[in-house]
Design a binder for this molecule. Sequence first.
Ligand SMILES: [Zn+2]
Length: 306
Amino acid sequence: MRAPLIILILIVIAVLALVGYNSGWFGSPPPPGANPSATPAASGATTPSGPAAEPEEPVGDGGVEQLPDEAQPQPAADPVKTPDAPSAGSFGHFPAGDLIPKSGSGYLDRTVWSPNLCFPFAEAAFANSQVYGAGGGMGPKDKPSQCDSSNYSLPWRDNFCESRGYASPLCVSGKGHQGQDIRPATCKKDLHWVVAAEDGIITDVGTYTVTLTGAAAPHRVYRYLHMRMNQLAVKEGAQVKAGDNLGKASNDFGGTPTTIHMHFEIRAGVAGTSTDGKAVKLHTFLPPYQSLVAAYDRKRSGQACH
Ligand SMILES: [Zn+2]
């Protein structure tokens, strides 16, 4: 008996619900033609600060240590192919002794200590500071990556005598960086060959050093640091010719890795005197920059080492 009444009530409720929905009684959908920006909380179309800032690009290695699987950011130009085409003048480089400001006092001696030096990389390379350059421990804060293009482009910069605690007798304070830091052609370790500076013998292989002693007088001593030590092309006692492969530029530094670079030293094979009159004892660390610049000029002009 009451069933028809109940059905009628249900129909009325259903009709009311449908009308109410379309009229927006339940909050949605918005009436046609309504401006979404009138309800910012729901739309999220605008924020108080206007267009959001782009997230920063990832910085690659993020500092000194490079992990094995890390993606390699590419330097601005690809310098692998060759040193720049030969040109009338020399390539871009700061003069010897002109260090990055506040990184120490450079040594101004102009002696080319190794006049026939074979440039110690097979390819292009970039002499600059691995500590005060991008990604270095004292580097610019806004350039946290050692793979920053500034490290892989000209001009070169001297960093012999850069502030360090090591004994380096020719430096003003008697202490400082004992050689020159050189980045390989690209920011990729274990790829770019480091080569013999002149004919000689590998007189020592340490945990992260390789020492080459020149065969000919004055028996200069070259020390190479931070190659990939378990992939060296030479052993202690090996005889090498200028330009022979020694190993690949890397970041080996005993335990904790350093940046990808090769630290290059020239030490006196005999006692002598610098052009500015300083006494040079046997095995004194000599400024390599002038010799490297001249060697790189020869390399750029296509001159072979042997
Ligand atoms: Zn160094």
